[in-house]
Ligand binder design. Structure first.
Ligand SMILES: Cc1ncc(COP(=O)(O)O)c(C=O)c1O
Length: 391
């Protein structure tokens, strides 16, 4: 291929999009493949964006985000966790994904090692790989108490060349949540070895044991080597708005400004105004979405959890389950045939890292009626096509 860097020319689109693209937007499909529900962003948030447009908020602003939004993020963090952070640590990239990308670009050079807790969202591996780093994974284990991985196991997977570690808790796709003691141990290791920890906390409000999952923001000092990535997509139903935030070391502020200038010169201005409204007035939205997801989770566990051909570790957080379908030989083929025969979209496991080809990811953020129908169709498909009975 001409004029494309050879390593980029070799990359493939992730398997979720690979399965979904041919039927994207088809209303006959029950979409359990992407990380979003079917609720449109609430009206008062949309109104706020419209008002900002009418007020002429259409110009360049500070590339690290409006100071009013950065302050609102600081206040939200204080309210949720009781932790006071300096607003200088906060930046607003044009999505959480861009936050991860900028952090990865800041930490890694060609030939470094980057460690990813796996199973993992495929875009993370790509974003690390684009830096030229070698991506190494450390896999969570399935136990009777759910998916587990200790800080010691993560540390043991580090090499002398590890310059960044990616931890997503609550985790897409497994729902694993890293406990506080493990966070402390891992952060201490990163301090000692000057490794940039990228803590992706976009599912922070989707923890079914407490109001929010344990966050690195509660234990990190001002200049610790940790970037906490978050955003508006999941908790406020704003996936299409493309606004994220990061809480980074205070001394990195200028670097975030420079990187932001060369990526997208900051996120969309009128969307930032809507995000202030979401933070200041959207707590009921967050809570009611979470309640819906809690019910979706229970529905999923009741429909898939007791099936003899399906091994399901109940997710502690996020809004996905990652069941193993015993005996399937290709998760991609399974997802494509399920789509063709039952009009249900799921994500194939292989795209979430090695050793996942017997798994699928099911998002349970959809409204409960359609979710229920989708789950019934998955079970029907498994019963009809699948050779688990002979195992
Ligand atoms: C683990 C994880 N990080 C980041 C993102 C990206 O979020 P955003 O829409 O804010 O870019 C997602 C989206 O699904 C995700 O699952």
């Amino acid at each position: 291929m001409r004029a494309v860097r050879p390593d980029i020319a070799l990359m493939e689109q992730n398997g979720i999009t690979g399965v979904a693209l041919p039927r994207l937007g088809d209303p006959s499909v029950i979409p359990l493949w992407f990380g979003e529900g079917d609720m449109v962003t609430p009206e008062f948030i949309r109104e706020s964006a419209k008002q900002a447009l009418d007020d002429g908020e259409t110009f360049y602003v500070n590339t690290r985000g409006l100071i009013e939004l950065r302050t609102a993020i600081r206040d939200y963090t204080k309210h949720l966790y009781g932790t006071s952070i300096d607003v200088e640590r906060v930046s607003v990239p044009g999505s959480s994904m861009l936050g991860v990308t900028i952090a990865a670009q800041m930490a890694l050079s060609k030939g470094d090692d980057a460690l990813v807790v796996s199973p993992h969202w495929p875009n993370i591996e790509t974003t690390y790989a684009v830096t030229g780093a070698n991506v190494i994974t450390v896999r969570q284990r399935e136990t009777p108490n759910g998916w587990q991985l200790t800080a010691d196991e993560i540390i043991a997977a580090c090499t002398p060349k590890t310059r960044s570690i990616f931890v997503n808790s609550p985790c897409n796709p497994t729902g694993w949540v890293m406990p506080r003691e493990d966070q402390e141990k891992l952060l201490a290791h990163c301090r000692e070895h000057d490794i940039l920890l990228i803590a992706d906390e976009v599912y922070h409000r989707h923890y079914y044991e407490a109001e929010a999952a344990p966050s690195f923001v509660e234990i990190s000092e001002e200049d610790d080597p940790v970037v906490i990535v978050n955003g508006f997509s999941k908790a406020w139903a704003m996936t299409g708005w493309r606004v994220g935030w990061v809480i980074a070391p205070k001394s990195h502020g200028t670097h975030w400004a420079i990187m932001s200038e060369c990526f997208n010169t900051g996120s969309t201005v009128f969307a930032q105004h809507a995000c202030i409204t979401a933070l200041e007035q959207g707590e009921d939205v967050v809570k009611s979405l979470k309640e819906q997801y809690r019910q979706g989770r229970e529905l999923l566990i009741s429909k898939l959890g007791n099936h003899p051909g399906i091994d399901l570790c109940a997710p502690e957080g996020a809004f996905y389950a990652f069941p193993r379908l015993r005996g399937i030989d290709s998760s991609r083929r399974f997802a494509e045939e399920l789509l063709a025969e039952e009009d249900v979209g799921v994500a194939p496991g292989y795209t979430f890292g090695a050793d996942n080809d017997e798994y699928i990811r099911v998002c349970f953020a959809l409204g409960l009626d359609r979710l229920s129908e989708g789950l019934d169709r998955i079970v029907r498909f498994v019963e009809r096509n699948h050779n688990w009975k002979s195992l």
